[in-house]
Design a protein around this ligand. Sequence first.
Ligand code: ADP
Ligand code: MG
Length: 562
Amino acid sequence: MKEVKIDLNESLKEYFGFSSFKGLQKQAIESIIEGNNTFVVMPTGGGKSLIYQLPALVKEGTAIVVSPLIALMKNQVDAMRGISTEHGVAHVLNSSLNKTEVNKVLSDIENGVTKLLYVAPESLTKEEYVDFLKKQKISFIAIDEAHCISEWGHDFRPEYRNLRNIIKQIGDLPIIGLTATATEKVQEDILKNLGISDARTFKASFNRPNLFYEVRPKTNDVEKDIIRFVRNYKGKSGVIYCLSRKKVEDIAQVLQVNGIKSIPYHAGLDAKTRAKHQDMFLMEDVDVVVATIAFGMGIDKPDVRFVIHHDIPKSLESYYQETGRAGRDGGEGYCLAYYAYKDIEKLEKFLAGKPVAEQEIGNALLQEVVAYAETSMSRRKFLLHYFGEEFDEVNGEGADMDDNVRNPKKKIEAKNDVKLLLEVVKKTNQEYKSKEIVNTLIGKENALLTSHNTHKQEFFGAGKDKSDKHWMALIRQVLVADLLFKEIEQYGVLKINEKGLEFIENPVSFLMTEDHVYEEGDDNNIITSNKGGGATDEALMAMLKDLRKKVGKQKGVPPYAV
Ligand code: ADP
Ligand code: MG
């Protein structure tokens, strides 16, 4: 391939106004300019866009960029036009264009003016466009947010699966995959599905040393706890993620009532309201956005000082992405997640209606979330390990920035309890779910076990010196340790593993971790919406009612819709 030698630093300065490359940008750009299939894995904010934008500007022809969101494309195209009008045009091709606009886009490509063509995967699949693009000079094709190709990613889009086929039809082009998802499984899927196992790979560290990670047990006082927390950040920006739209509305109201400037954001609000709320947050008319996961992709407020998860998300990847919106300027970023196992069960129930394969993936991802929430090790080490990265928990950057390191959890020897638990599961024929096993252990009346099982006598109340909470926590830790597993086909029934059988024969030390203990703190002037708990305020309830009326019943909205 004939390429004029280009001074990349000069191009960087000229087109983008930056004086130096970030991380592995330069190497990745060189790989693309040389015409290699290239795979880039960098955290959000790492500067991935520039990695395909710069080569697109300096190479002959048009680069095609596949991107999943119209809003993301718009942003990028506007930015490109701002910096490079005289060097060529960036265009979007998607369903939002009318006929005249489409024709303008196509003629600009034909005339060689367009350096970057952003397309949604659905548009690229259209036969007329494929036929057209076949005949054009295309420099390369970049797949942004490439994790959308994998069912193991947090944003699976079936249309992404078709890309390889389409690309082949358009021509024999270098393919560039870019993602902020670092799990091995997703990376494998991307390379395989795009057919680029030979790609040169550029992978940056996912460590965010300025983020502090903490997980607190979620109790009925979670609202109070959040209010106390947010009050310490007066006038600073933060995001609170909730699973359901209703919870978003509730928490936003509760914060308002307690004097914290906040607004809700979720996909149940119309586009105008969403845009307005997003602007209010960016312009700092409000401090806190309470949101579902609908709030995120493409949000770039550098000084978000905290991200709270009122509900634990469905995967560690989502967690990493969402917490990653804190501290993008390198300043403080406090990531606080509330965790209750019953939230995990809610997510499991949500999965239960899905095809078995999807359930299996979903449950495996959830187990990782449970393990993260309950771990006693460095949370940073745990997260980075999940992303396939080793972290030195003593000398690594940000090593002391989490609750487990600052305030180590207590561990207790639970060898005998584990043995007892495994025996109960085994001798009751591996037919019961956690709750039934726990009820037997603590000697709580339980129809299933009392009526059918001869081993009931032997085990009924055998663990009553400990609480049901203790046994539930132990079951989860034993699941994480792979001594037990949950049968998905029989929704949640506990089964024993080889390792578990071995443990019964030869029990070894099993250190169980206990939750941190938190100080209650000062409840002065906190109003919550909890029934019975705290200072329930009639005025608040009336406000909530009013608000719901305004928002409407939201018919047909599934409980966890964004
Ligand atoms: P990603 O897609 O990896 O999340 P972006 O491409 O959106 O990241 O870039 C994040 C920010 O970093 C943008 O504001 C971008 O302008 C900026 N940026 C990218 N490269 C550089 C650079 N070499 N020097 C300074 N800023 C950069
Ligand atoms: Mg990006």
